[in-house]
Design a protein around this ligand. Structure first.
Ligand code: HEC
Length: 101
């Protein structure tokens, strides 16, 4: 899916950063953080705003089990998510729009 181009961009960024920080020099404070782009974010952006605004998602706060059931309900509503995508979306939503308890 969108993994490849993003990954390529990331690798170029890393290569640049390495090229700029010559032997032994410590990495500059603004060096790109080598975190993988979150696949769950891509899934949510792609699938969760076809029926309602993304606000509906970003304004919600749910615990991990609640997000699991929200996603199940959205699939029942007609959201097209593979099992993998559902898991990725759930993990992302728990991380970013989670609530404890
Ligand atoms: C096929 C249409 C459709 C898609 C796609 C869809 N939704 Fe929904 N969503 C609804 C409908 C209809 C409601 C209101 C009824 C309900 O809550 O089931 C709703 C309500 C919600 C709510 C508010 C209710 C609550 O319990 O907080 C949240 C949050 C939500 N959706 C999240 C998502 C997420 C996350 C995705 C992507 C995984 C998604 N939706 C994709 C149709 C959809």
């Amino acid at each position: 899916m969108l993994g490849k181009p993003l990954k390529d961009a990331l690798m170029i960024g890393v290569a640049l950063a390495c090229g700029l920080t010559t032997a032994g020099a410590s990495a500059p404070a603004d060096a790109p953080v080598n975190l993988p782009p979150d696949p769950g974010k891509a899934v949510v952006t792609k699938t969760c705003q076809s029926c309602h605004d993304l606000d509906m998602v970003t304004e919600a706060r749910h615990t991990a089990p609640e997000w699991t059931s929200v996603i199940q309900r959205m699939r029942a509503n007609g959201a097209e998510l593979s099992d993998d995508e559902a898991k990725q979306a759930q993990a992302y939503l728990v991380k970013v729009y989670g609530k404890s308890g």
